[in-house]
Design a protein around this ligand. Structure first.
Ligand SMILES: [Zn+2]
Length: 165
């Protein structure tokens, strides 16, 4: 934030210096003129210092503005990316984000990690096979999460021959 008191002081100081300059013309005493010139120099130096401080603040504001614009652009980019996906329940409360068909833009169907998605990051889930209970195991290589998607089927263990004790 630019310090408005700094700018007001700067303008006031320069006006005072100009006023002193106008009065010098009417003074005949060399000692008084020297004293007024020294006073003017002090005021101008003070104004110069305030101008430099204001310039520094302005530079900081420009830099902050640039950083904020970059953040807004990143949020806008993520919103556009996120809009291409929808949360899908694969059964029994197992969720992942899935690419919408109408937003595929030539990409093959895929799923995104729900944890990374909530953190504003697009991370594809990699298929790692089926479990004994017929769920599909997906891994997120970004956060390391394992996701078991689908309903849990009853496991039919292979029957073992009866043993006599
Ligand atoms: Zn993840």
């Amino acid at each position: 934030m630019v310090d408005l008191a700094l700018l007001t002081g700067l303008a006031g100081g320069l006006k005072t210096a100009v006023d002193i300059g106008k009065t010098i013309k009417e003074i005949n005493d060399l000692t008084v003129i020297r004293s007024k010139v020294i006073e003017m120099q002090d005021i101008i130096l003070g104004a110069q210092s305030s101008a430099m401080a204001a310039q520094t603040q302005l530079f900081e504001l420009i830099q902050e503005n640039s950083e904020l614009k970059a953040k807004v652009a990143a949020v806008d980019d993520w919103k556009a990316t996120a809009a291409r996906y929808q949360l899908r329940d694969y059964g029994e409360g197992t969720f992942a984000y899935e690419l919408k068909e109408d937003a595929a833009n030539g990409e093959p169907p895929h799923k995104l990690c729900p944890v990374c998605f909530e953190n504003g990051k697009r991370s594809l889930l990699q298929f790692h096979g089926k479990t004994a209970s017929k769920q599909h195991l997906y891994k997120c290589l970004s956060c390391g999460g394992d996701f078991y998607l689908g309903t849990i089927a009853e496991i039919n263990w292979p029957s073992r021959p009866n043993r006599r004790v």
